[in-house]
Structures are given as structure tokens and as C-alpha cells.
Design a protein around this ligand. Structure first.
Ligand SMILES: C[S@@+](CC[C@H](N)C(=O)[O-])C[C@H]1O[C@@H](n2cnc3c(N)ncnc32)[C@H](O)[C@@H]1O
Length: 194
């Protein structure tokens, strides 16, 4: 299943939110903020069909682990077939449950969380709860990297991140349909990576 399959799923699940997978330009820009040599635990929220996973796997440490949390069952099944890598664990669940999921797997603390989920679709208290969960599971210096399409972008994610992390850096990638906002928040402000 390629981009066409992705689009088909898009029409049956509003939480997919973006009509096409993230472009290679978007993937490179987000992943350019990762220090691959030092990181051992990666989490992806909303990996979709795995455009980030495919980019990350050849670059992460042989002993690293990657937990993919995807709420869409079709995508979770596709990911299972697509990434038969012992470092990858696919969980068909919601980012809202990140703390319970990672504690059960024994994957805390986390170095990097990458997220493509549409925060704008969630009520304010759910957004704050997810941001709290993210902060709880990250190690000191660990990073949260979120990419959102422009039309979903507003203070809805920046504000809860600023409240919890103290500060957040926002950049843009226009070579994506639609263009992306990229949020970068570091736990306790120490830069574990670039
Ligand atoms: C914009 S798509 C991004 C897909 C892929 N990461 C990419 O870059 O092409 C959003 C993805 O998040 C998933 N998703 C939405 N809400 C979620 C949630 N609360 N928890 C986990 N996954 C979620 C959707 O099913 C979809 O796969």
C-alpha cells in the first residue's frame, strides 16, 4: 500500500488529518534535530505508514528501541508487516496513554518523541494531559519533536508545551503538502542533541 492507500484511509478516519504522508523534506528537517549517536529510545506518535520510521531505522543505534503508537488499526497492521525489525514495537493505541504503554513495555525514559498527531482535534485538557505524559516519560535533555500542518497550527500546541517545558522552538517546512510547522521542546532545557 502506497500513497494511494494512505489517501483511502484518510477519507475514512478524520484523525489521519493530513491528506498525504510527510514529504522527505519534512522528514529530513524534523530528523535533523536528532543526535543519533547518543539516543537509545525513540517513540513515534501517529507513524501512519512509516515515512519517519523508514528514515530513522538505518540511522538509529543497533541496540536502540523504537515504539510506534498508532491509533488507526489499518496503519498499525501495515507497520507490522513493513518493519519486521527487532528494535521496533508497534502499539495500536493512542498517544493519550503514552505513560501506561511505555511503562508496560519498560521503555522509559525516552530520548526522542516524534509526533504527527493532530493536536488541534483534541480538547484542551486532552492536549495538556498528553503534553504532561510526554514530559513525564522523557529523560532530562530528551526532546519532543512535533510536526503539524499549517492549517492545524495555532497556539493550541505551543502554549501547553511552553507551560510544561518552559520554551519551545518553532520552525517551518514549506516543501510539504500542506506546509508544516515543526515544534521542538527539550525537557529541562538541556540540549541532548542539536
Ligand atoms: C498527519 S498523519 C501523519 C502520518 C505520518 N507520521 C506521516 O508523517 O506521514 C497523523 C497520524 O496520527 C495518527 N493519530 C491521530 N491521532 C492519534 C493519537 N491520539 N494517537 C496515536 N496516533 C494518532 C493517525 O492515525 C495518523 O496515522
Amino acid at each position: 500500500m502506497g500513497t494511494l492507500g494512505y489517501i483511502k484511509n484518510f477519507f475514512s478516519d478524520k484523525y489521519i488529518a493530513s491528506v498525504t504522508p510527510t514529504s522527505i523534506f519534512g522528514v529530513r528537517k524534523v530528523c535533523g534535530k536528532i543526535d543519533f549517536a547518543r539516543a537509545r529510545v525513540f517513540v513515534e506518535f501517529g507513524p501512519g505508514m512509516g515515512v519517519f520510521t523508514r528514515y530513522l531505522l538505518p540511522r538509529i543505534h543497533p541496540e536502540a528501541q523504537m515504539v510506534l503508537i498508532e491509533r488507526n488499526r489499518n496503519f498499525a497492521e501495515i507497520l507490522q508487516k513493513r518493519f519486521p525489525d527487532s528494535r521496533v514495537r508497534i502499539v495500536n493505541d493512542c498517544a493519550e496513554n503514552v505513560l501506561e504503554i511505555l511503562e508496560e513495555i519498560g521503555a522509559v525514559p525516552v530520548d526522542y518523541i516524534l509526533s504527527g498527531i493532530p493536536f488541534s482535534f483534541l480538547p484542551d485538557d486532552a492536549r495538556r494531559e498528553i503534553v504532561k505524559g510526554i514530559h513525564d516519560v522523557l529523560r532530562d535533555g530528551g526532546k519532543f519533536l512535533a510536526y503539524q500542518t499549517f492549517y492545524q497550527s495555532s497556539p493550541h500546541l505551543r502554549i501547553p508545551l511552553e507551560e510544561r517545558f518552559g520554551s519551545v522552538r518553532v520552525e517551518y517546512e514549506v516543501l510539504n503538502i500542506p506546509p508544516l510547522s515543526i515544534y521542538e521542546a527539550v525537557k529541562n532545557g538541556r540540549q541532548a542533541a542539536r
